[in-house]
Ligand binder design. Structure first.
Ligand code: UN1
Length: 517
């Protein structure tokens, strides 16, 4: 019995409407066969072919864009709370499919089932958030400097929002963007990572019922399942997409940002992180250990928020190191669908090679591997994607430490003073997530002050990963500067307009200018 049968995956694929060969284009409720080659989706859990998808071509994409453009003209006129009602119903539908969808995320991407469920929960949470937001698309009102004048700003829908998501969050990233975009009156075109297309197809199968029952026009929520063989730069350069939200590597993000910027489009870039936790001499080391292990080995180190560097005060360094090594030794590695597993596979063999290369570089640059770093083989590990998470002692300036390795490789760095720790912390190109463990107010407040962490997310006594949807999510520097999800991130999905109204019979000019004609 293979892993899929053992954990009831076949029944779940059926529940989610996944067939042996799946159409790759959806405009809401209508599916279309892409004109490109078939693409295979293999599970990193057992190496088995799950199903195939007919890829969309550039021409298919262009047709979807045309349909989306017409749909936008209708959708923007639907009152925002009525758009929110559609999102509310999508949230209810996702609740019904939380288990099968969570399981497919786990099986197709490789994160453990608990994290697959967590990802679907993030989708549900952002639906609830967006429903409330649909009645709160507020602008400000201002007092005019002119008599009998009134000023305010308001937010209008933007148009087509392109969502280009990465393999590591196959469904949640779409939801953070799409639920806000929908209540804002935008239409969405989703290009998911070609490594996890079945998750995207399942999501569209789930929401089709709601779109159908509410007669949402075709072209409001679109899926273009394809790979870079057919579509990449064209999407970023497409002037029909006023906003593109891109999640992926800094390398690809810089190129995407350049192409979007060249046409003066708007971009939300969610790129790489190099997230650190500072552990001070006043930290609860047991709590810190649990947060670090979850942050470093969770999702097999493939979150952009994964913990990559631990900066530890010299007085507690040895203790922290021993605790972490002991913590790592207790981790169960195995099939992500097995409830006992804490660490599943990497996404594919290419990722395994990147991990091995990074470990070689650590040693070559003067670091020491303290534990882990091998490939798992034998029964249950036939896919060749399973590795043992590693801890290494390094210096922050090593080239390999400055880079994001998307794998479970954790660096230990020692410090003497908090100022030095913060300098080390900020001394990387990326700026996504960060944390400090301490019970000392002076230390925690300094870390959150303008002299502290330079990241988009800074936490105290919790880890770097697992952010709640209620906050704006994103980071600075090479992380790209975008914000999505909660707080006022919705504003990026709308165009802003300042209005001045004169209700007098005079025509005074601003700044007191006299201009008599
Ligand atoms: C990502 O890895 O692309 O904070 C996003 C977290 C998740 C999001 C991660 N809520 O870890």
């Amino acid at each position: 019995m293979n892993a899929a049968d053992q954990f009831g995956m076949h029944d779940d694929l059926q529940k989610l409407g996944i067939k042996a060969i799946n159409e790759g284009i959806c405009s809401g409720t209508k599916w279309q066969t892409g004109h490109g080659d078939l693409i295979n989706s293999y599970s990193p859990a057992d190496g088995k072919l799950i199903a195939q998808v007919t890829q969309a071509t550039l021409e298919d994409y262009q047709q979807v864009v045309e349909k989306a453009k017409s749909a936008f003209v209708e959708w923007r006129k639907v009152p925002a709370p009525a758009r929110g009602e559609i999102v509310r119903q999508i949230g209810l539908e996702l609740r019904k499919y939380k288990e099968p969808l969570g399981k497919l995320v786990s099986y197709e991407m490789g994160k453990i089932y608990q994290e697959g469920l967590g990802e679907v929960q993030e989708m549900i949470d952002i639906c609830d958030f967006a429903v409330g937001q649909s009645r709160q698309l507020y602008g400000f009102t201002m007092h005019s400097e002119r008599k009998a004048h009134r000023m305010y700003d308001q937010y209008h829908p933007l148009g087509i929002v392109g969502v280009v998501s990465a393999f590591n969050f196959p469904v949640a990233v779409w939801a953070w963007n799409t639920m806000l975009a929908l209540v804002c009156g935008d239409v969405v075109l989703w290009k998911p990572s070609s490594k996890v297309l079945l998750c995207a197809i399942a999501v569209h199968q789930i929401i089709a019922k709601v779109l159908n029952e509410n007669k949402v026009p075709e072209g409001v929520v679109n899926l273009v399942a394809t790979s870079s063989k057919y579509l990449g730069d064209e999407l970023f350069s497409d002037p029909n997409l006023p906003l593109v939200s891109f999640t992926g590597s800094t390398k690809v993000g810089k190129k995407a940002g350049g192409l979007i910027g060249a046409r003066l489009g708007k971009a939300i870039l969610e790129l790489g992180g190099n997230n650190a936790i500072i552990v001070t001499e006043n930290a609860d080391l047991e709590m810190a250990m649990r947060a670090i292990v979850f942050g470093a080995v969770g999702t097999c180190g493939q979150r952009c928020t994964s913990t990559r560097r631990i900066i530890v005060h010299e007085s507690v360094y040895q203790q922290m190191k021993d605790k972490l090594i002991a913590g790592y030794q207790s981790i169960t590695i195995g099939n992500p669908l097995d409830p006992k597993t804490l660490v599943g596979p990497l996404i594919d063999k290419g990722a395994v090679q990147t991990y091995l290369d990074a470990l070689d570089k650590v040693t070559a640059q003067g670091g020491t591997i303290l534990c882990g770093g091998s490939i798992k083989d034998g029964p249950g590990f036939e896919s060749g994607c399973y590795v043992v998470p590693a801890i290494a002692e390094v210096k922050n300036h090593f080239a390999i430490v400055q880079d994001e390795t998307f794998a479970p490789l954790l660096y230990l760095i020692r410090y003497k003073s908090l100022d030095e720790a913060i300098t080390i912390h900020n001394n990387v190109p990326q700026g996504l997530s960060s944390a400090l463990f301490s019970t000392n107010l002076l230390e925690t407040e300094k870390f959150l002050s303008c002299e502290g962490s330079d990241c988009g997310i800074a936490n105290i006594n919790i880890g770097t990963s697992g952010a709640e949807i209620g906050g704006a999510f994103g980071g600075e520097k090479d992380t790209g500067g975008g914000r999505e999800s909660g707080s006022d991130a919705w504003k990026a999905y709308m165009r802003r307009q300042t209005n001045t109204i004169n209700y007098s019979t005079e025509l005074p000019l601003a700044q007191g200018i006299e201009f008599n004609v």
